[in-house]
Design a protein around this ligand. Structure first.
Ligand code: F0G
Length: 362
């Protein structure tokens, strides 16, 4: 346990004897069985892959550990990325652990508070770009090309290599690939990586089947579904507010080879799934992560029954990344009371048996 992705899956990764053994404990995330949604949707086996349990609370750590270890091996002193927040948090953490400088370019005003705090805490240089993610990626790519800086976005193939290990873990736990995998799609690195992982395990005889890859974009940021870039992508799920995904081709390959689909979900559907995950499953995830769950709900409600199927939803990041969103959506905002038993009992009323009416019991 806790040995990290490089060590655990060394034989599937582009490592050499000179690759440093970097890890801050990424991987081996829980695959948790649904307690509520499975029954509601009539699915026999529904699991959530909790990628928010990685060291920086998103799936990005799996790819970042490989990209940063390779950057060290190649002698880079600085790593750089564009990000909607999670990639920057992860790059900053692994950059710190590796003793490298980290520069992150983020769309000003559109990154969740927790993610920015992480990048700053890990000591990265954070540049708020007056533009969106697609602008930031364009600038980062050009800068990295012109200087001896290692770009650690998912256009860097080492990122994809590391991220595919999540697919390995799912197969290692279930004994085979699921029938369907539901996953949010932004820059499309993750769906590309999962498909690569499932393919490699299948080709190597570790899995008998291949899943159908079911990717979901937010309605206002759905270039792959539209078949053309979206100039001004919009969605409440800021992590996937991307109009021109770098791994577009990889997503199409995953969709087509797996006989899957890439669809859209509205912000309202995303928020419903976000609330349901926390309130019924006890899983506090990011809005972007809820896009995959929203996609599953939409798919089943459209008449595609999944009885007898094994289904996995990838929960890409932790809800604590964006505490403000949770507070905004609260059904029960925090209440206030004096430090007095009677007063709190009165406030609780019927909510706590034995406290209704505020009677004194000794
Ligand atoms: N979920 C979360 C929580 C994300 O942060 C991202 C992407 C995705 C899903 C989509 O994954 O891009 O591989 O299709 N976040 C990137 C970032 C863009 O900069 O943190 P993808």
């Amino acid at each position: 346990m806790g040995e990290g992705v490089l060590k655990r899956y060394a034989r599937y990764l582009p490592l050499t004897p000179d690759t440093p053994a970097l890890s801050i404990g990424e991987g081996e995330t829980p695959l948790v069985r649904s307690r509520h949604l499975a029954g509601e949707l009539g699915i026999d086996e529904l699991y959530f892959k909790l990628e928010g349990c990685n060291p920086t609370a998103s799936f990005k750590d799996r790819g970042m550990v490989v990209a940063v270890a390779k950057a060290m091996e190649r002698g880079y002193g600085t790593i750089m990325c564009a990000s909607t927040g999670n990639t920057s948090a992860s790059a900053a953490a692994y950059g710190a652990a590796a003793g490298l400088e980290t520069v992150v370019l983020v769309p000003q005003g559109n990154v969740a508070e927790g993610k920015l705090s992480q990048a700053v805490a890990y000591g990265a240089r954070v540049i708020n770009l007056r533009g969106n993610f697609d602008d930031a990626l364009r600038v980062a790519r050009e800068l990295a090309e012109a200087r001896s800086v290692c770009l650690v976005n998912s256009v860097n193939p080492d990122r994809i290599e590391g991220q595919k290990t999540a697919a390995f873990e799912i197969v290692d736990v279930l004994g085979d690939a699921p029938d369907l995998l539901f996953i949010p799609v932004g820059n499309a690195g993750n769906i590309t990586a999962y498909w690569k992982g499932f393919r490699e395990y299948h080709d190597g005889g570790n899995a008998a089947r291949l899943p159908r890859m079911m990717g979901f974009q937010a309605e206002g940021a759905a270039p792959i579904v539209a078949g053309k870039p979206v100039e001004h992508p919009q969605t409440i799920a800021s992590a996937i507010r991307i109009g021109n995904p770098a791994n577009w081709e990889g997503a199409l390959t995953a969709r087509d080879e797996s006989e899957g689909d890439i669809g859209t979900v509205s912000d309202a559907e995303i928020l419903d799934a976000y609330k349901l995950m926390a309130r019924r499953e006890g899983i506090f995830c990011e809005a972007a992560s809820a896009a995959g769950v929203a996609g599953l709900i939409k798919h089943v409600r459209a008449g595609n029954g999944l009885a007898g199927r094994t289904v996995v939803c990838v929960i890409t990041g932790h809800g604590l990344k964006d505490p403000g969103l949770a507070r905004e959506l609260a059904d029960h905002p925090p209440e206030e009371a004096p430090a007095d038993v009677e007063a709190v009992a009165r406030l609780l009323g019927e909510a706590v048996p034995g406290t209704s009416g505020g009677g004194h019991r000794s």
